[in-house]
Design a protein around this ligand. Structure first.
Ligand code: TA6
Length: 278
């Protein structure tokens, strides 16, 4: 069952329920803020103090960072682009069968977007909700000129506890440490006992995230970069819409086209960043 809903403040979202999973997606930012398989704890982390307000990004779930990841040269422009606070249109909602539902949301250029980024575009997020979560972010260039994008499906995973978390699949991968801006190489599995903010490059295989209760798999397509982020204690205390212990139960593993993995999209051409979580 797929239902359009509104919070008391008018904030709109789509609720999906089928026999394998449930999900909630805000029209603002095409922001998936809840995904849970039947009989399991939620897979996505959502801040208990997140905003659900026009113009403010939801803290948690899967924010869409587009058409730039991170800071823009012009610091007056929003970190992680404008797509996550823009209003998207619902193009289609359908149920393949009782186990799988599909939702497609679309963002196109506007007067507001052209002031920040001078290109004509169409951006679709296609979500397939079943016992596997599939996210396909398709950028189509409607402009006469090519444009370059960086982007991320900025997924916040929910954890039993950060001290239980182990990431596998990035051994020997180069990464840019965003805390020092130095290039490093990963040795072995990733575990957490301090702030981590890294952009892994040359990623070409499956990644797993294990905690006390489960192992999740992340598989990306048309992407060779993955961001791993946990703000730990001090950064969490400076973050918006996060309780001081939030870092203990969230970890971001972001399917990206970031830094060296930026993509140029030619006129009338498309690029689709795909992530599967299962
Ligand atoms: O993806 C990691 C990161 O770039 C961190 O540096 C941190 O800033 C995080 O994103 C959250 O950014 P936000 O703009 O949502 O507060």
């Amino acid at each position: 069952m797929i239902t359009h809903k509104k919070l008391p403040n008018g904030f709109e979202y789509i609720e999906v329920k089928n026999s394998s999973a449930e999900a909630k997606i805000a029209l603002q930012g095409a922001h998936l803020f809840h995904y849970k398989r039947v009989g399991e704890e939620p897979i996505l982390w959502l801040s208990e103090v997140s905003d659900f307000e026009a113009g403010k990004a939801i803290r948690g779930g899967v924010p869409i960072c587009w058409p730039w990841f991170g800071f823009h040269q012009d610091r007056s422009l929003p970190q992680h682009g404008f797509a996550r606070t823009a209003m998207w249109d619902c193009v289609s909602c359908s149920e393949a069968d009782e186990k799988s539902s599909s939702v497609i949301l679309r963002l196109t250029h506007s007067q507001g977007s052209l002031k920040m980024w001078p290109y004509l575009f169409e951006l679709d997020l296609h979500l397939t909700i079943s016992d596997k979560l599939t996210m396909e972010l398709k950028t189509t260039n409607l402009d006469r000129n090519s444009f370059k994008i960086t982007q991320a499906l900025h997924t916040y995973f929910s954890l039993s506890h950060i001290s239980d978390a182990v990431i596998k699949g990035l051994d020997k991968k180069p990464y840019l440490d965003a805390l020092t801006w130095k290039k490093e190489v990963q040795e072995g599995d990733i575990t957490f006992n301090q702030e981590v903010d890294r952009v892994y490059q040359e990623v070409d295989g499956e990644i797993t995230l294990s905690d006390k209760n489960r192992t999740l798999h992340v598989r990306n397509e048309n992407s060779s970069s993955v961001v791993v982020w946990n703000p730990w204690i001090e950064k969490t205390s400076r973050m918006s819409a996060m309780k001081e212990d939030a870092y203990e139960h969230m970890l971001c593993i972001e399917s990206a086209n970031a830094f060296d993995d930026a993509r140029v999209v030619k006129p009338q051409k498309s690029h689709t960043l795909k992530a599967e979580i299962f």
